[in-house]
Structures are given as C-alpha cells and as structure tokens.
Design a protein around this ligand. Structure first.
Ligand code: ZN
Length: 292
C-alpha cells in the first residue's frame, strides 16, 4: 500500500552508499490549495519541496533549511522550507506566463543562483550558493552536495497535482567493497519513473529498483505541512515598524491586516492591539482577557 507524507532512509549494506525517498501527498496538496501557481510553476514548487525535505533529512542540523531562487523572469520567487521537525512550507510567485517550458531554470527565473540557508536559530545562519544550472532542480542540487559536503549525490524529483516525490542517492566516505557498486546503483536509480515515485510505497520502490543489492530499510518518518507564522511573531514584526508608522496606517485603514504568504493565515490588529504592543502591562491584560 502507498504510504503518505513519509520520508524513508535506506542503506546499501556492504557499500558506503545511502539513499532516501520522500513522498508528499496531503502536505503537498495543502500547499497547492494555498497557492495561486499554475502549470509548470506548480511542478517546480513540488520539486523544490521534495528536494528540501530530502536535504533536511540528509544534512544534520536543528532548525530550518530554506531553498530560495529570486529573479526577474516569468517566475520571480521560489521559497521552499523544511525543518528538522519534518514540517514543510513553500511558495512560488509568477509574474507572467512561462513561454518555453523546455527552457533552463536560469532562463525561467532570470537568475543564476539558488540560495540554500540553514538556520539553527543560534548565531548566524549558514548560507550556501549554488549555480542555477540545468533544466531541473535536481541537477543544481547535486552540485550543492558536492560543494558543501564533498559527497557525490544524485536526486530524482517528480511532481503532479497529487504528489511530490523524490529519490536521493549519496556516496559516503569510505572504501567500497565492490568498485562498481556506485555506478551500478546510479544506473539502477536512473531507471526510476515519475509514476513509480508517485504510486509505489517506498519499500516497494526500493525493492523494485535495488532487489539485487542488499539494502537495509529504516523506519519511516511522517512529514507534514506547517507554517511557523503566529500572531505573536506578526506582532513582533509590526512592533519593529514603530508606533508612529502603525498609527498612520490605523488612521487610514482602521485596522492593520497582515496575511502570511505561506499559508494565507490572516492576522488583524486594531488600535487597542497596537497600543498593547507598546505597553507591556496593558499587553498582559489584553492577552489574558482575550484568552477566554
Ligand atoms: Zn503562515
């Protein structure tokens, strides 16, 4: 049976080679429902979310990892983020129709780089920049692993409106028993089809691809959509704009409305809320009054 919203690691028993499979269903559909992306833009967002889930689970860190592309093209912004708690969110912004879907990502975004940021919440976030080369994200992300981890890594990504999935194969440090193993496993991996990625349970897919190899499959982990926005965080952001600025908006608008671009959650602040932001005692009273 097909498993939903799961990430699965596996290891080739006798060789320093590991793999991971991710399959996103409900989490992906939730993100799509909140997105106004159409056509090929949806596919690229799906690839980015599958990729960032694989990255989060391959790299060791606590916090979040964000993959970003910003440019001036038909697509001008892509942000996909995964956390070490296995939550996921993402957006893509389109300025006009993609005329040629066979064009390179660099042309579609009019950008030459992918920025990958790992933020542990402590100290300065770690930022890696990868050239935006090739037609798919998987090609560019292979380069990221080679640069940042010195590990040969290949990714296969697939996305339609129901599912976003990915396979990652990585060569670890250490001497192989069989010098041909890496090439052989890559060749087997390359046979994976989009339909296999969408439709098969991960154990089944591992078996189908690698049944002649000896593979240890680990426990699966659930992955889900979650947005880290909150009323408190929005309030903190508003506070940083300063009281005068907020009072100006209140004068013309009556209240201040902020919509999270990741999840469409709407946060509204009226004059009393704004007053309370700058008055801690008052703020405690207001929040304890509104709690019940
Ligand atoms: Zn949100």
């Amino acid at each position: 049976m097909k498993n939903h919203d799961r990430i699965q690691r596996f290891l080739f028993e006798d060789e320093p080679i590991r793999g991971q499979l991710v399959s996103l269903d409900d989490s992906w559909q939730t993100i799509l429902e909140r997105s106004d992306a159409t056509g090929y833009a949806r596919e690229i967002l799906g690839h980015a979310l599958a990729a960032v889930s694989l990255l989060a689970s391959t790299l060791k860190f606590d916090g979040n990892i964000t993959l970003q592309i910003r440019g001036q093209g038909a697509l001008h912004m892509l942000v996909a983020q995964a956390t070490s708690e296995r939550t996921l969110r993402g957006i893509i912004r389109q300025s006009h129709k993609i005329e040629d879907e066979t064009a390179s990502l660099a042309d579609i975004f009019q950008s030459n780089k992918i920025v990958i940021t790992i933020d542990s919440g402590k100290g300065k976030p770690h930022q890696g920049i990868v050239p935006l080369s090739g037609h798919t994200l998987s090609e560019a992300l292979g380069t990221y692993f080679e640069q940042s981890e010195q590990l040969q890594t290949h990714l296969w990504l697939a996305a339609n409106d129901n599912n976003a999935s990915g396979l990652l194969i990585q060569k670890l440090p250490g001497e192989p028993h069989d010098p041909d193993a890496w090439d052989r496993i890559l060749k087997l991996s390359e046979t994976v089809t989009d339909n296999e990625l969408y439709g098969l349970a991960s154990e089944e897919l591992v078996y189908r691809l690698f049944h002649e190899e000896s593979v240890r499959v680990f426990k699966q982990h659930p992955i889900k959509f979650s947005c880290s926005c909150s009323r408190e965080r929005t309030a903190g952001m508003l506070k940083s704009l300063g009281k005068a600025e907020l009072e100006d908006i209140l004068k013309t608008e009556g209240s201040i409305g902020i919509t999270c671009e990741f999840c469409n959650e709407h946060y509204s602040f009226d004059a009393i809320d704004v007053e309370s932001l700058f008055n801690e005692k008052f703020s405690e009273t207001v929040s304890s009054n509104t709690r019940h």
